[in-house]
Design a protein around this ligand. Structure first.
Ligand code: ATP
Length: 218
């Protein structure tokens, strides 16, 4: 296929709150895949987990603050605007309307990829976008099952593969392992501990100012 535009990365998440694990992964994959930009897509209401502690507007505000200084990072608030349970397939269909000739790269941590076959209309997702899986050493890919078959069928080792089609391939890429989770940050704040250096200062200032993650809300 000729004349494809520079690929765009999409990082969906609850971002309750956004932290350096998300940001570092996005930056390393942005650089490794030579992406034009990474769009952070905070979900309105996650489908596979309990309701977030912070409101959609607060999670959106935290993402905006976290990416404010990085010119290649943008936020896409479409899932929050839709106010429906958030399905990645709907988001990709919307993005594809705008980015007609652009390979889309869905960025996801390996923990999320291991559950990919439970995502709504996952077969369509993998045809609409490439999956760029941020590999972390403590996680292993399965040897059998749907995910194993998908990897066997779609895995590419060369980054240039993302420019041979608009979607459809899987790339595994190692990223610096930062063992940070939003769950742990929420717990720390609820216990009155200081989560500094796990997330951007501007995000922690906002959390304090808004009183998010106090003990009653975790
Ligand atoms: P929670 O602890 O509330 O489940 P989380 O920290 O895992 O949240 P999510 O918003 O659920 O964050 O994750 C969004 C995406 O970021 C997923 O693809 C996930 O795999 C990835 N991710 C989360 N934490 C890290 C991390 N420390 N390093 C790399 N990727 C991460």
């Amino acid at each position: 296929m000729y004349h494809l535009h520079q690929a765009v990365g999409i990082l969906g998440g609850t971002f309750d709150p956004i932290h350096f694990g998300h940001l570092r992964m996005a930056l390393e994959l942005h650089n490794a895949m030579d992406l034009a930009e990474v769009r952070f897509v905070p979900c309105y209401q996650p489908v596979h987990r309990k309701l977030p502690s912070a409101s959609p507007e607060q999670r959106l505000a935290m993402v905006k603050k976290a990416i404010a200084t990085e010119p290649h990072f943008h936020v896409d608030a479409q899932e929050i605007r839709r106010k429906d349970p958030s399905f990645m397939i709907d988001t990709l269909i919307e993005l594809r309307k705008e980015l007609t000739n652009t390979p889309l790269c869905l960025l996801l941590g390996i923990d999320a990829f291991l559950h990919f076959s439970s995502w709504h209309r996952w077969e369509e997702i993998i045809n609409l976008s490439h999956l760029i899986v941020a590999h972390r050493p403590q996680y292993q890919l399965p040897h059998t099952g749907i995910i194993a078959d998908l990897v066997k069928e779609r895995l590419q080792t060369e980054v240039s593969a993302i420019y041979t089609s608009l979607g459809g391939y899987i790339l595994l890429h190692p990223v610096t392992s930062l063992d940070i989770s939003a769950t742990d940050i929420r717990k720390q704040i609820a216990m009155g501990k200081n989560p500094r250096y796990l997330l951007p200062e501007s995000v922690y200032d906002y959390i304090q100012q808004q009183g998010i993650y106090s003990i009653t809300r975790v």
